[in-house]
Design a protein around this ligand. Structure first.
Ligand SMILES: [Zn+2]
Length: 369
């Protein structure tokens, strides 16, 4: 481990955990202020980045804030301090504080925001509520038998062949490759203008689609041929590692009213907005941190007894159709534990600077009963 780390080193680790290509098209995850080349002095973790959080970072000697919600979200046309967003950015820059956001990409990974809610609720057998389509690709290529291992090693290093808890996964079958080099060719095996045949392996691997460029580069660099025969295919396979919302089961089914109390206790809630309770027991629970009304149908389709989310409008509660207990636990409350994911990821990989969970309650909503 290096004795000094840059902000870029931290970002690399955070993006291995939650790759930015998994963010939604409208999102703005990534480094928002500051330079990736600066040395990290301390890191402050927060759900939202506000002026009070910048003050806290300053007081704690931190020059990097890692937030879930991007403070620059809709774009900025001026920086005059007229809005809290502008004032926060100005204060961050004046104090040389970098702000990094990991938003819908952290919502989309199997160990992200929703896995954290599932963990707090002690759900078992958790899986994606709605997996993201077209996130996996297949590569098939042809390589002389004796070069197979080195080429495979190169593409595995670039990220090919990682499936769940298994790495370096591939399939190969041997056959005969035939080709005729032209007079302008520079063949590794064979001669110009002379038909050739070589014992080759056909090798197949699967990988996340966003890694295509680096895997292809690794293949072309490690492969001995001038022209590398290959097929790339975008797969219809569902990817259990990328999607939105999660679903799992409680160890012991509980009455709906008991489940609401359980929610309040385990998510530390001041209150819950929910659909009328019935005498049904809750066993299967779907969750989606933040605004999750778009997944009510998925929760119903997958047989959830309860759906825990936030930001529901009046009419959306009707969509439960009496078949599902919907619990709106509040946006802040549903995602505030996301800080713990940042904490675990950073402190597992770095030990030479302090990492703090923000103590500022950034929730813009208060309750009275
Ligand atoms: Zn959110």
């Amino acid at each position: 481990m290096k004795d000094k780390n840059t902000i870029g080193d931290i970002i690399k680790v955070l993006e291995q955990y939650a790759p930015v290509p998994y963010q939604e098209s409208y999102d703005n995850s990534g480094l928002q202020t500051g330079s990736a080349d600066d040395e990290v002095k301390g890191v402050l973790l927060t759900l939202d980045c506000t002026e009070a959080v910048i003050d806290e970072a300053k007081a704690k000697g931190c020059n990097l804030i890692v937030a879930h919600h991007p403070v620059i979200f809709k774009g900025l046309k001026s920086l005059t301090g007229r809005s809290y967003v502008e004032r926060t950015i100005i204060k961050a820059i004046q104090n040389n504080i970098a702000i990094y956001a990991s938003h819908t990409n952290l919502d989309s990974v199997h160990n992200g925001v929703n896995a954290k809610i599932a963990e707090k609720l002690k759900l078992q057998n958790i899986r994606m509520l709605s997996s993201k389509p077209h996130t996996l690709m297949q590569l098939a290529f042809f390589v002389p038998v004796e070069n197979t291992d080195e080429v495979l090693a190169a593409i595995h290093k670039a990220g090919a062949g990682q499936i769940g808890e298994y790495s370096d996964c591939s399939f190969q079958v041997q056959g005969t490759g035939r080709f005729l080099p032209s007079e302008q060719a520079d063949p590794t095996i064979g001669e110009k203008g002379k038909p050739e045949q070589v014992q080759e392996n056909r090798v197949e691997v699967i990988f996340p689609a966003f890694k295509q460029q680096r895997i292809m580069q690794a293949l072309l660099e490690a492969h001995p041929y001038e022209e590398v025969a290959h097929f790339l295919t975008l797969l219809e396979n569902s990817n259990q590692e990328v999607g939105i919302g999660m679903i799992g089961e409680l160890e012991t089914p509980m009455a709906e009213q008991d489940f609401l109390d359980y929610l309040k206790e385990h998510m530390q809630l001041p209150g819950v907005r929910y659909t009328p309770v019935s005498d049904k027991k809750i066993k299967r629970v779907a969750v989606c941190g933040g605004s999750g009304s778009f997944l009510i149908k998925d929760a119903l389709r997958q047989g959830a007894d309860a759906y825990v989310t936030a930001d529901l409008k009046y009419h959306e509660f009707f969509d439960a159709e009496g078949r599902l207990l919907i619990a709106d636990i509040g946006h802040y409350e549903s995602e505030v534990f996301t800080k713990e994911i940042f904490y675990d990821t950073i402190s597992k990989n770095f030990t030479n600077f302090a990492v703090y969970l923000s103590e500022v309650n950034t929730n813009p909503i208060r309750y009275t009963y």
